[in-house]
Each structure stands twice: as C-alpha cells, then as structure tokens.
Design a protein around this ligand. Sequence first.
Ligand SMILES: Nc1ncnc2c1ncn2[C@@H]1O[C@H](COP(=O)(O)OP(=O)(O)OP(=O)(O)O)[C@@H](O)[C@H]1O
Ligand SMILES: [Mg+2]
Length: 253
Amino acid sequence: MATWCKTMSIQIEDLSKDYVMGELTVPALQEITISIEEGDFIVILGPSGSGKTTFLNLIGALDRPSKGKIHFNGLELASLSEKKLTQYRRGNVGFIFQFYNLVASLTAFENVELAAKLTNSSDEASKITKELLDVVGLGDKSNKFPAQLSGGEQQRVAIARALAKKPKILLADEPTGNIDSETTGKILKLLKQINKDHHVTMILITHNVGISYLADKVIYLRDGKIFGTSVYDPAKEEEFWETLTAAPAIEKV
Ligand SMILES: Nc1ncnc2c1ncn2[C@@H]1O[C@H](COP(=O)(O)OP(=O)(O)OP(=O)(O)O)[C@@H](O)[C@H]1O
Ligand SMILES: [Mg+2]
C-alpha cells in the first residue's frame, strides 16, 4: 500500500485538563504546548497518573480540554460540535488500547471489516480488511475469534482495525503493556514499519524507557506537565533491541 497521509500537523497550545469531582479538582494536565508533524513517531513517557492517557484522549477528541487549544491542520478541535468531532475521529484517528477491545463474537476479519465499513463501501472494506490482516501477518487466522488468538495476535488484529480507516494519526495507549517481550518486539517493529511506510503519525504511550528509544521525539510527563523532551539516538534504539532479546524484564520509570 502507498502512503495515504496528506500533510498533517497538530499544534497544541497551553492545553490543560481538570477532572472535577464534587469539591475535588484533579489537574490531570497542565499547560502543555507542543507541535507534532506528519510522520512523527512520538512516545509519551511517564509514571502512572502523570496524565498520559488524558493527553492522548484530548488529541483523539475523546474528551474536551478545560483550557487551551489543539489545532489539527488549522482546525481547532474544542470549537467543533460533537458531530464534527466524530467526523474528525472517524476520518483521521486510529486508536490502539492495552486490552485490545475486540468484539468477542466477531472473527478477526469481521472486527477489522467493521471499522473498514465506516469509511468504505462493502466491497472496498472487504479488500482493505484482507490487505491489512496480511500487513499484520494474520492472513491465515482471519476466521479465528479473539478467544482463539494469543494476546499478541489480538493486538495485531486491533492494529489492523485501527488502520482500517487509513488514519493520519495512530494513538496507542500502552499497546504492549500486556504482552511478552518477544511479541512486544514484533508489535513495535510493525508499528515502526507502518509509521515509515505510510507516514502515519504515531503517538504511543508507555511506562517503558526502552520503548521510548524508538521514537523521533520523547515527551516526558510528570504531574501533568512536560518534564523534559529528548530526540532519537540510533545507538539507544540498537541497545533497546538487544535488551529486549536478552532480558524480558524491562526497567520502569
Ligand atoms: N475520569 C477521571 N476522573 C477523575 N480523575 C481522573 C480521571 N481520569 C484520570 N484522572 C486522574 O487524572 C490524573 C492523570 O490520569 P491519567 O489516566 O491521564 O494518567 P496516566 O499517566 O495515563 O496513568 P497510567 O500510567 O496509570 O495509565 C490521575 O491523577 C488520575 O487519577
Ligand atoms: Mg493511562
């Protein structure tokens, strides 16, 4: 498949999110300013509760900010109606979660096809589904139900499903958090390949410092704020692949 992304950029300005629960206000994200360009592979690294999922949910318009702006190709998300936000998500954003979220009563093929049908005719959806299951290496398991697949295979179905709409942005929340180290390697290689071949902008959340070495840019979150950033270092990536095959236990921040 050819590159499917046209020029894309996301400008994030002073983004904050407070969760209000009665008398209590949790400042989950505070004044984040950052820009993300087409084809970037961004990793968001931070300890539990640092605001990673909150940040991803705002970019994916699953939630609205308390303050600040996200401009997607010049479109300000907070100013959009629910209907327009659904169109934004449907047309541009693919989601991958830690626990796959596949429909248990549908086969691998049907799970992916369901997403492909949202933006394609039936014939086209079927073709795209077959193609994507091949991309993730599951062409021969397309008729299996999620319960008949391993965790890594289920996650690959979820990746194919996220790609079915040919998203410009792929948002992945701990996609390998529940997977052994060998399968983690396969999933990460697949995500890098998709990022490289199709220029899909990737924003991936992890606790795992090693995984951050794959990114073009790492955003460190702590207490809802950007604590630091770093850029790609090929020596670090190499070190990560060696560590992954040598020792399954990975350091946590
Ligand atoms: N729906 C919610 N209502 C109230 N507080 C919330 C809600 N979601 C998250 N929070 C709080 O906001 C802060 C950031 O949460 P978030 O889920 O973004 O963290 P995280 O970095 O993704 O953590 P983890 O690594 O554990 O998934 C935390 O203090 C959390 O308790
Ligand atoms: Mg989270």
